[in-house]
Design a protein around this ligand. Structure first.
Ligand SMILES: Nc1nc2c(c(=O)[nH]1)N[C@H]1C(S)=C(S)[C@@H](COP(=O)(O)OP(=O)(O)OC[C@H]3O[C@@H](n4cnc5c(=O)[nH]c(N)nc54)[C@H](O)[C@@H]3O)O[C@H]1N2
Ligand SMILES: Nc1nc2c(c(=O)[nH]1)N[C@H]1C(S)=C(S)[C@@H](COP(=O)(O)OP(=O)(O)OC[C@H]3O[C@@H](n4cnc5c(=O)[nH]c(N)nc54)[C@H](O)[C@@H]3O)O[C@H]1N2
Ligand SMILES: [Mo]
Length: 822
């Protein structure tokens, strides 16, 4: 569960515009003198805090919060999100399901024919299905792991409402891991003793002061820090702005290692090291080879802080099975960086304070564990882990990591679980031997192969034959790979319930759809800054819930009433009582340490700010005393070789980092003869995943002929007779989509980009139907990274492209259901 996991782990021209332009900020002068701030309501979002002007029950204007110095353009999409054509107006039930219930023809799912029902009818149906599944089958038949990037707000956090309400009725199957850093969070505890991906990193302030080299390795902070898990403060941009200055003054050498010139590279104007997609490990191995053979590495650090180097070196030198020395000459044929350049790059890293900063996309590929493990080995050989401005980090692009935590407690959330001492209506815990959790990225496999088992992180997972699934606060039909495989898999489910405010593809492929309201239609409270804990922000309701939508709280309260647990569910408190309680609990916790006014005063003012925390260096304690501050690994040291992993005996993740060939790889790799382009599906510049895709005006700032832009190199386009702005068909054996060509020199030949979160809009419900808007997951490969993590491999994907000829069907994903009568 994304929710609980994160809470737990916290403690131009169009051509140049998207990636090229440095004006990633909307205007900084937000409030003119004559404007009275108090007339503007304050609220928070993943995109930062905002002020809104509301007249006659309608949101008229939105401006960035006055303390947000680096607001994102995404807030320009908020009005479009609230008032989009895709809003779900009332509860809806799929036509054939309403007629035949669990015996419906599930191959019709996705035809988008729905019948309007009343709230009472919809919730009765939902409840009857829960009863049927618990009585006829048991907890193994219900899948509730489907929650994701719900809106911000600690009380209304919608996944919690769904999980708590369903847990009060009965048990179910949930998920482990996440789509973000599924491979990283499993491998890193074995290597560095924590997930690293969700750990606070060395403060930017220190990096700017101490680093001589900064390597952004598959990391695009300028693009990705626009959003945060809680209300984002955007404070990191201040440091990135200073970094740009330092680069100009030649104070710090910065290199982006990426197959694409990222937004960060363009903004900073720093050096760029192109690399063929998915080949970072060969590049790193060759660097390690040079470090080792030329004795440039830090032997003392290796001896004192690591284990297993001696077991890794034979592999490096070609003295193990494969008999391949990992020389620069060997690597250059795979990664596309010349042997000379590899040597030069290696020498640049040595002898200077070097900070390696990794992003997450390179672990969202087959064998995604390896680049992180090998990256750590490199950092260990450089010997700077734990030094100010040196070493390795895995999340400086994420949710205010790098801004030191204030130390203040943040408001808690609406409880996820059943209250202590209470039991569900059906307390059946007999899972018939099936696993209670499955790795989130293996959901379709589970649906297609019920009863079979897979290996995962030293355990056996046995897939239950799910009958029912509930989706809340996620858009599964954006996030998961391989749509046509999903279409097949989902046919095995009898009943699917979705709760959302927008008619996403997930709703379209459901049976019962319930309209939630947006976070702008309810009162709430949130932390300001996800890892920085900079304050607490009031989320004032801007307008009443539109149409027949309700808060998730009201929806699930009403569901719980049907089995006599309404009072227990809400603890006899309403929205404002909860908001006040979460605030007062937080205030109590901070008493004597951080001043917070009483609730009424806070609510009136709209926020409390805490002083910034003290700058901090990751792994400094371990470096200082590796015995006292041992890492959380089995040995307490950095594990270059892991006995635990070696003992799992997996063929796709062994005792030390290695190069494994991919199932699909461009630039001479497998299948590159058939498919000419590597498709990367990075996180979108002007959306949060699929959120805001429905905001028409914002979408029109980047879409092409109403389709998602496909970024590609002009030379590739020329060869295919494609011009900027043309419609193209992108396809492979898994799927096809119509998209709009966006030519840009930021993209190397053979590399194309479709941003994740583009709304899946298939022409019809049939398997293979063309996607009329351009969701990359129509084409991506749905396999586990390895037996270790079983995480997503979305960036292991090859495609072909051709100019679209003929009459293109209109994109059909943004206008909701086709309403029919029973
Ligand atoms: N190809 C490819 N695929 C990817 C990725 C990739 O890099 N490439 N990235 C992956 C990653 S890292 C992630 S985190 C996932 C993200 O996947 P998701 O978390 O599924 O993505 P979102 O689009 O944020 O979906 C959130 C949904 O919640 C709904 N929602 C928001 N607020 C509320 C609320 O208050 N109540 C209710 N009921 N619903 C609400 C929104 O309308 C939206 O539909 O995608 C993954 N998918
Ligand atoms: N604007 C915006 N920001 C976001 C999000 C969003 O939806 N929109 N989502 C948030 C979430 S949930 C997450 S998980 C994070 C995701 O954070 P990441 O996964 O780190 O982000 P991506 O944007 O997918 O990719 C980052 C960079 O990796 C590069 N890359 C891809 N493959 C390779 C490779 O094989 N080798 C090398 N060297 N580089 C490669 C890409 O070209 C890109 O420049 O972002 C967060 N921030
Ligand atoms: Mo993510």
């Amino acid at each position: 569960m994304e929710q609980s996991r994160r809470q737990f782990l916290k403690n131009m021209s169009v051509m140049a515009a998207v990636l090229g332009s440095p004006n990633f900020l909307v205007s900084r002068s937000v409030f003119a003198e004559e404007q009275n701030i108090s007339e503007w309501k304050i609220t928070g979002s993943h995109w930062g805090a905002i002020r809104a002007q509301v007249k006659n029950g309608k949101v008229i204007d939105i401006k960035p919060f006055e303390l947000d110095k680096y607001p994102t353009e995404m807030i320009n999409g908020i009005k479009g999100l609230i008032y989009s054509d895709a809003r779900i107006r009332y509860p809806m039930v799929r036509l054939d399901w309403l007629k035949k219930r669990e015996k419906s023809d599930t191959s019709q799912r996705g035809d988008n024919r729905f019948v309007r029902v009343t709230w009472d009818e919809a919730l009765d149906l939902f409840y009857e299905e829960l009863e049927r599944v618990q009585k006829n089958y048991g907890p193994w038949a219900l899948h509730t792991g489907a929650v994701g990037w719900r809106s911000t707000g600690q009380f209304h956090s919608c996944g919690n409402h769904m999980i708590r309400a369903i847990s009060m009725h009965g048990n179910s199957v949930s998920t482990t891991g996440d789509y973000s850093a599924g491979a990283g969070q499993v491998i890193m505890p074995y290597v560095l003793g924590s997930t690293e991906v969700y750990s606070q990193g060395t403060s930017w302030e220190i990096i700017l002061k101490e680093s001589e080299n900064i390597i952004f390795w598959a990391s695009d902070p300028i693009k990705n820090l626009q959003v945060g898990w809680n209300c984002e403060t955007h404070e990191a941009y201040e440091y990135l702005e200073q970094l740009k200055q330092k680069i100009q003054e030649k104070g710090i050498n910065v290199v982006c290692v990426d197959p694409v010139k990222s937004k960060t590279q363009n903004y900073l104007g720093c050096s760029y090291q192109y690399i063929h997609p998915q080949t970072d490990v060969p590049f790193m191995l060759a660097i390690a080879y040079v470090l080792y053979t030329e004795k440039l590495y830090d032997q003392k650090f290796i001896d004192m802080y690591t284990v297993g180097f001696d077991k890794f070196v034979p592999y490096l030198l070609g003295k193990t099975e494969d008999k391949i020395a990992k020389t620069p000459e060997w690597a250059e044929k795979i990664c596309g960086i010349s042997a000379d350049k590899i040597r030069e790059f290696t020498r640049m890293l040595v002898g200077k304070r070097t900070q390696l900063i990794f992003g997450w996309a390179i672990q969202r590929q087959q064998h995604g564990e390896q680049p992180y493990w090998m990256g750590t080995v490199l950092a260990a050989m450089l010997g700077q882990i734990g030094l100010a401005g040196g070493g390795i980090s895995f999340a400086h692009h994420y949710s205010s990591i790098g801004i030191p935590a204030s130390g203040a407690a943040m408001p808690g959330s609406f409880p996820l679980n059943v209250d202590e001492g209470q039991t569900p209506k059906y307390n059946n815990t007999d899972y018939k031997g099936y696993s209670r959790t499955i790795p989130c990225a293996r959901m379709t496999d589970a649906l297609l192969n019920p009863g079979t088992s897979i290996e995962c992180n030293g355990k056996k997972i046995i897939y239950a034959p799910f009958k029912m699934a509930i989706f809340s606060g996620c858009n599964h039909w954006h996030r998961h790979s391989d749509r046509n495989k999903m279409k097949k898999g989902f046919q095995n489910l009898e009943t699917i319930v979705s709760i959302n405010y927008s008619w996403t593809a997930t709703c379209r492929f459901s049976d019962i759809v319930l309209p939630a309201c947006t976070s702008f239609e309810r009162n709430d409270i949130d932390g300001y800054g996800s890892y920085s804990n900079r304050g607490v922000i009031a989320m004032h309701k801007l307008i009443d819930p539109l149409y027949q939508s309700r808060t998730d709280f009201e929806i699930f309260k009403d569901l719980c009433r049907r089995f006599g647990k309404e009072k227990e569910y809400c603890r006899n408190m309403d929205e404002m009582m909860w908001v006040e309680k979460l605030y007062e609990d937080c205030r109590n916790e901070n008493k004597g340490k951080f001043a917070m006014p009483p609730f009424a005063e806070f609510w009136q003012k709209g926020y409390v700010l805490f002083p910034k925390g003290k700058p901090w260096v990751r792994h400094a304690d371990f470096r200082e005393d590796p015995e006292l501050y041992a890492l959380g690994t089995p040995s307490g040291f950095i594990e270059i070789y892991s006995n635990t992993i070696a003992n799992f005996n997996y063929d796709d993740c062994k005792g030390h980092p290695m190069w494994f060939e991919k199932m699909e790889r461009s630039h001479g790799g497998p299948k590159s003869e058939v498919y000419k382009f590597w498709l990367q599906s990075v996180h979108p510049d002007k959306r949060l995943h699929s959120q805001l895709c429905e905001a028409k005006e914002l979408r029109e700032t980047y879409s092409i002929q109403g389709r998602e832009p496909l970024f590609m190199n002009p030379k590739d386009a020329e060869k295919l007779g494609i011009k900027h702005g043309d419609l193209v068909r992108i396809y492979n054996e898994r799927g096809q989509a119509i998209v709009g060509a966006h030519l840009s020199d930021n993209f190397a030949e053979g590399v194309v980009r479709l941003q994740e979160g583009a709304w899946y809009s298939p022409l019809d419900e049939k398997i293979g139907a063309i996607d009329t808007y351009g969701d990359p997951n129509t084409m991506t490969l749905d396999i586990g990274t390895s037996k270790l993590s079983q995480a997503v491999s979305a960036n292991t994907c090859l495609v072909n492209i051709e100019k679209f000829t003929g009459v293109a069907p209109m994109p059909n994903g943004f206008t909701g259901a086709i309403e029919v009568a029973l």
